[in-house]
Design a binder for this molecule. Sequence first.
Ligand code: GLU
Ligand code: MG
Length: 447
Amino acid sequence: MSDVQDASRHVQELASRGVRFVRLLYPDLHGIARGKLIPLEELPEAAAHGVAFATGIMFTDLHHQYLGAPDPGIPDFRAVPDLSTLRVPAWDPSVAWCLTCLHRYQDDDRYELDPRAILSRVVQRYRAHGLEPVIGPELEFYLLVPNGAGQYERYFRTLSPVYTTGPLSDPRGFVRVLLARVEDSGLHPRSAFSEYGRGQFEVNLRHGAALDAADRTFLYKTLVKECAAEFGFVATFIGKPWNDDEGSGFHVHVSCSDDAGNNRFADDSTDDGLSQLAHHFCAGVLTHLPAIMAFLNPTINAYRRIAARGLVPRYANWGLDNRFALLRIPPERGSATRIEVRIGDGAANPYLAFAAVLAAGLDGIERQLPSPPPIVGFPDDLPECERGAEIPADLQASCRALAADATLVAALGQPLIDAYLLLKQSELDRYARWVSDWELAEYVPWL
Ligand code: GLU
Ligand code: MG
């Protein structure tokens, strides 16, 4: 069946369920959901020709500045619905959601800045080895109350809400509504609860094949922000929204299965229950960590979460069920054997973060890199030579490491790296010129 026939069949079926519009969506490089709302009848046309967007969207920073694209004239790309991702959220059955694949107009290749295509390409390389990367995302976020003057207050103020559920730590019942929506949109939530911070929550999504997991993470983050907006809140995934509360992480659990569905990171004949493949994967991630940090910790703010010394790793190391290790091996084995990458910040674009982690791990697998010994205990108590390498201290250092990492550049593509670094440099330049409230409070009284 052609895409157009398939789309026409979907139109009939969706119309009979009361759907009137389709929300076509794709992630920009920040991971923000961009797209257009189209009448349902337009879906076959969109499937045949795509819906046009200016490539400038991929070169626009969060301060509303267009930074200049390499293509003269800012040509269009077309977003073609990926009909396998169509879903009708139960709370608003008049609007279906559909992710898209981005293409240029002159050929059928995927647009080189399409984050979904970049992740798919890395996954294809695993498949060439008979492996399917599987990812389980864990995301924390804060719910804030805007005060109308451009500032935010806490949604919840009492200490120690951690691991509670219900109205004592969520007086407006936000999490219940959110969890229902996450479930009703097929994003497969596993659990939701209050985290350590006041007004901080965590929802875990079921693991799945890497692209599916990234799609669900992307839609989930969109849903959290939109659901919060309906309540009059602002939800944020940035790593360190408060000076006096815990940061928000994006923990990424990774494993690899083979064609028969066996977890190839497991090996019950070894002392630690991990296969050589798992060790090579760890070694690859640790080797390329400075570069992948640019995607896992993509903001200036992200490095404050790391510096604050909460439950956040600060050295490139791994450990068995050790929360202070950057790569933690959770205690389950057999089919649940996995590697938890704990350094990520909630603000990361899930497609680019997964693509970077998987590309780094694959380099370890392909070159059969040996993993260092695991750390035991608290890293700062260990001699310097056993702790693991220092990680980049700020966004500038991560961006430099990314630009210099030929393996990562080749895996994600030079056009993506150039566009991404252009966006990040704009952030860094604007930040370098900005006078902050800290400077006024620190210096003005006496200097
Ligand atoms: N909030 C911590 C972080 O910033 C993680 C806490 C946890 O282990 O769930 O990564
Ligand atoms: Mg947590």
